[in-house]
Design a protein around this ligand. Structure first.
Ligand SMILES: Nc1ncnc2c1ncn2[C@@H]1O[C@H](COP(=O)(O)OP(=O)(O)OP(=O)(O)O)[C@@H](O)[C@H]1O
Length: 342
């Protein structure tokens, strides 16, 4: 196994008598951005707080850059943390907020000046350096919080749902900016989110969590195309999951040259259906479209097959929509399906 920059091993956390994290083991590599993705209550914040040193009710080991840190005091771990709520000092200017940690470290005035100005340039806030937090937008406040953490050059930067308080457009902009800072400055980041598109867009690696356990760790592509279990398949990308028996009824007897297992689950991604036949391996499925939702550039339909199987189907949003409640034929290539757990 290659050496991991952060290695968490056999982490167990009990809070108020409840086992919240149950034997979690994972590692992340240096200079990468890893996201913890999972539903509310899955334990993401609890693990982050343990890594930061804010959660003492833990057992297991945490190794960062070759050193065990599970008993190291918070302020000696070289870990930065960013919260949804910005946590800026309201009575300090942008410059002073970013300079704060360097002053605590008693760096020289010229070093502070140079580092803070350089960081404000990176996050595009040079013109706001004399402003106070109350006069900044939510996105600008969060960029100050990020600059304040990054200027200390932490070994690891933990970000706990940093974009949740922002509106959709700013969220999308700021997530790609965070990714750019991470790559430009070579920072190792661990980022918590419950938004799968956020995780897919910015991560080198995703750790999917549920009920205090790691369900799967892998690249966005691996998690999306080869989910290890039904929970991940449904949580990521909102796939259809059908058992082999139902697939056979639809006419799929073989998947990738192998006989369909009646009891196994298979994933059908909503965007795999086509309205016209585009290759000879596709099988026609008769049915009707029951409802539609416009998602912007795509349209999501609810499709009921002639055998009364309900399927999610997605197409690009073209000028004309497909008709509802009329017989329709959709096409699907069985070779594009994935068996859950393979
Ligand atoms: N102080 C506490 N005492 C008891 N249980 C707690 C405490 N703090 C959190 N929990 C429980 O631990 C579990 C994990 O909580 P945690 O906040 O880590 O989840 P999360 O994945 O970060 O959720 P969210 O996305 O909602 O922030 C939840 O079931 C929560 O109720």
């Amino acid at each position: 196994m290659t050496e991991q920059f952060l290695q968490v091993t056999n982490l167990r956390i009990t809070l108020s008598g409840n086992s919240v994290i149950d034997d979690m083991t994972f590692g992340i590599k240096k200079n990468t951005l890893t996201t913890f993705l999972g539903p509310s209550g899955s334990g993401k914040t609890t693990v982050l707080r343990a890594i930061a040193g804010l959660n003492q009710n833990m057992t297991g080991t945490i190794t960062l850059d070759g050193e065990q840190i599970q008993t190291t005091p918070v302020n000696q771990r070289h870990i930065g943390m960013i919260f949804q709520s910005y946590a800026l000092f309201p009575n300090m200017s942008v410059f002073d907020n970013v300079a704060y940690g360097l002053r605590v470290r008693k760096e020289s005035a010229s070093t502070i000046d140079q580092k803070v100005n350089s960081m404000l340039t990176t996050v595009g806030l040079t013109e706001k350096k004399d402003s106070f937090p109350a006069n900044l937008s939510g996105g600008q406040k969060q960029r100050v919080a990020i600059a304040r953490a990054m200027v200390l050059e932490p070994k690891l930067l933990l970000l706990d749902e940093p974009l949740s308080a922002l509106d959709a457009k700013i969220r999308v902009e700021l997530r790609s900016q965070i990714r750019q800072y991470q790559q430009k400055l070579g920072i190792t980041m661990l980022f918590v989110t419950h938004d799968q598109s956020e995780a897919m867009t910015i991560s080198d690696d995703i750790i999917v969590m549920d009920q205090g356990k790691v369900q799967q760790q892998g690249s966005p592509m691996t998690i999306y195309t080869s989910p290890k279990n039904q929970f991940i398949a449904k949580f990521i990308g909102d796939h259809n999951v059908l058992n082999g028996d139902t697939l056979s009824q639809l006419g799929f007897t073989h998947i990738k040259g192998t006989v369909v297992t009646p009891t196994a689950d298979y994933i059908i991604r909503p965007e795999l259906f086509t309205v016209t036949k585009v290759n000879n391996d596709q099988i026609a499925i008769q049915g009707q479209l029951l409802s539609l939702t416009i998602l912007g550039d795509r349209v999501r339909y609810q499709f009921e097959t002639a055998h009364h199987v309900l399927l999610k189907v997605e197409t690009l949003n073209r000028a004309t929509l497909l008709p509802l409640n009329k017989p329709v034929t959709l096409y699907l290539d069985g070779n594009a399906l994935e068996k859950v757990g393979d």
